[in-house]
Design a protein around this ligand. Structure first.
Ligand SMILES: [Fe+2]
Ligand SMILES: [Fe+2]
Length: 302
């Protein structure tokens, strides 16, 4: 089945849904404010304070071991100063995605979904740094959103999704291949439909569509390759939706590795085992971050 057919099928499925989740208005406004050249941190803080859940999550995230403040940070403005403007964008977008999907993810365990997404985001950032990719924040965000389509399938098509999972386990498939066989489309095409409806920048749309088919990437193949490797890495390191998918990979045989090697010749002589070993350090941090974010949800809501 080619990608055009799968795209048509995805458009049909997404087109049927008239209550697609939206990104919270505050998040969009924060992102717009951060894009203006003379942004003042107080304005961002005031805007974020209008959204209690977002504020609670930012405070929890900033105090989690991932960001490692030297002492507890108790005011939002201090938190924003500590984070710096670039990271605020990261946090605002991240918290808003969680909000968009907190209604439930069907057969998916929402914690496992976010563990995978944050894992791929954080590991993407590390890989991006190693290959000298200029925009680390972009790599992080691309990693976080790469599997957005998965939430749609699980949330809006729970019965079909349960069949996809059963088929995947029965035949030891990758999730992507099982979706293609059972649904006639995958989370990549479906995710693209959502990213379009949210007006995501093109480079992110491409990651969502091509992170399993990196050789088809044209806008930012390096970004796609970074996310692809990060995804594979997380899949074999327990940040993988609960060990249900059948994934094995040999880094040096991956198309994404070839793309990155071409871009960063230093990788050619890199000790692959050491490379993976360094990435392993990120795993406990990711689990801690997800725990801290979800405990903030409980606090904000009780
Ligand atoms: Fe994926
Ligand atoms: Fe993934």
């Amino acid at each position: 089945m080619d990608q055009n057919q799968m795209m048509e099928r995805a458009e049909q499925l997404v087109g049927k849904i008239d209550d697609l989740p939206t990104i919270p208005v505050v998040a969009t406004q924060v992102l717009q404010l951060l894009d203006s050249p003379d942004v003042v941190i107080e304005d961002v803080a005031d805007l974020m304070l209008t959204d209690q859940v977002m504020t609670a999550r930012v405070m929890k995230m900033i105090n989690s071991p991932v960001y490692r403040p030297s002492h507890e940070i108790t005011s939002l403005k201090r938190a924003l100063v500590y984070l710096g403007l670039r990271h605020i964008r990261e946090v605002a977008l991240t918290t808003s995605f969680i909000k968009a999907f907190e209604a439930g993810t069907g057969p998916f365990d929402v914690n496992l979904f976010w563990e995978h997404s944050f894992g791929v985001g954080m590991v993407s950032k590390i890989i991006a740094q190693k290959v000298g990719y200029a925009d680390l924040e972009k790599a992080y965000i691309a990693g976080i959103i790469h599997d957005l389509g998965e939430v749609f399938i699980s949330h809006y098509m729970p019965d079909e999704f349960a069949r996809v999972l059963a088929h995947m386990e029965q035949h030891q498939l990758k999730l992507y291949d099982s979706e293609a066989e059972v649904l006639g489309t995958t989370h990549c095409e479906i995710g693209l439909c959502m990213a379009r409806s949210w007006n995501f920048p093109e480079a992110y749309q491409e990651v969502i569509l091509q992170h399993h088919t990196v050789d088809a990437a044209t806008i930012d193949p390096i970004l796609c390759a970074v996310v692809n490797l990060s995804d594979l890495f997380c899949s074999v390191r327990g940040l993988n939706y609960g060990d249900r998918e059948w994934v094995s990979f040999n880094l040096q045989e991956e198309q994404a590795w070839q793309i990155l090697k071409h871009h960063a010749p230093a990788l050619a002589t890199m000790d692959v085992e050491r490379f993976c070993y360094e990435l392993d350090d990120a795993v406990p941090d990711v689990q801690e971050l997800v725990r801290s974010i979800f405990s903030s949800t409980e606090q904000a809501e009780h």
